[in-house]
Write a protein that binds this ligand. Structure first.
Ligand SMILES: N[C@@H](CCC(=O)N[C@@H](CS)C(=O)NCC(=O)O)C(=O)O
Length: 206
C-alpha cells in the first residue's frame, strides 16, 4: 500500500488536495503546516516545497506541490482511467488543458480582479518574480534540465515562459536561470520554433 502524506493548513487551498484524496478513497496522513504559526516558511517545510506554500503531498516519497500537479499525480497513480483519462483517450488533451488552466489562468485572473492597492498582487498565489526566479534558480542549480540530465516536457513548458520573459527583461537576473535559458535557446527545436514564430526578417535578433 502506498504511503501518502498531505502537507496542509486549515482554511487554505489545501482543500483541493483533500478533495482529490477523498474522491480517490485512498488513505493518507496529514502533516499540519499551520500558516498562522508560520510553519510554511520553516526550513523543514521549505525542503518539501521551496515556494513555502500549501498544499503539498508525498506519495511513496515522491513530493509534489501545486494543486494541478497534485491532482494529476494522484489521479494517475490511484484513479488512472477513471479520474484521469488514459493517455490515449481523446479526453486526455482537454483534461491536461483544464488542469493547467486552473492555476495558470483562473487564479491570476481572480487575483487581478480582486486586487487592491493595499494588497499588492505579489502577495497572491504565485509569489513575487524575485521569489519565483529564486526557486527556479535553486531548482536548476547543478542541473542541466529541471529534472536533471533528462530533458522533459516540463522544460518546454517552463523554458518557453522563461525564454520570452528574459528576452523582454521581464524577470530579475539569476545566473542559473540565465544559463538554463542559454541551454534552452541552443536546442535546435527551440530555434526552429523561434524562427517559425518570430521570423528573424520580421523580428531582428537583438
Ligand atoms: N500555486 C499554489 C498556491 C498555493 C497557495 O498560495 N497556498 C497558500 C494558502 S491558501 C499559501 O500557502 N500561502 C502561504 C503564503 O502566502 O506565504 C497552488 O496552486 O497550489
Amino acid at each position: 500500500m502506498s504511503e501518502i502524506i498531505l502537507y496542509a493548513s486549515m482554511a487554505s487551498r489545501s482543500a483541493a488536495a483533500y478533495w482529490m484524496l477523498e474522491e480517490l478513497g485512498v488513505g493518507y496522513r496529514v502533516v499540519d503546516v499551520d500558516l498562522k504559526e508560520g510553519k510554511h516558511k520553516r526550513p523543514e517545510y521549505l525542503a518539501i516545497n521551496p515556494s513555502g506554500r500549501v498544499p503539498a503531498i508525498s506519495v511513496d516519497g515522491i513530493v509534489v506541490s501545486e494543486r494541478p500537479a497534485i491532482c494529476a499525480l494522484l489521479a494517475d497513480r490511484f484513479g488512472y482511467g477513471v479520474l484521469a483519462p488514459k493517455i490515449e483517450a481523446p479526453e486526455r488533451g482537454p483534461y491536461l488543458q483544464w488542469l493547467a488552466y486552473s492555476t495558470a489562468v483562473i487564479d491570476p485572473a481572480i487575483a487581478v480582479h480582486i486586487s487592491k492597492p493595499e494588497r499588492p498582487l505579489r502577495e497572491m498565489t504565485w509569489g513575487s518574480a524575485e521569489h519565483v526566479v529564486g526557486v527556479l534558480g535553486d531548482a536548476l542549480s547543478g542541473k542541466t534540465w529541471l529534472l536533471g540530465d533528462r530533458f522533459t516536457a516540463a522544460d518546454v513548458a517552463v523554458g518557453a515562459v522563461i525564454a520570452g520573459a528574459l528576452y523582454n527583461n521581464h524577470l530579475p537576473e539569476n545566473v542559473a536561470l540565465r544559463a538554463y535559458n542559454e541551454r534552452i535557446m541552443a536546442r535546435p527545436a527551440f530555434q526552429r520554433a523561434a524562427d517559425l514564430t518570430w521570423p528573424p526578417l520580421l523580428f531582428p535578433r537583438g
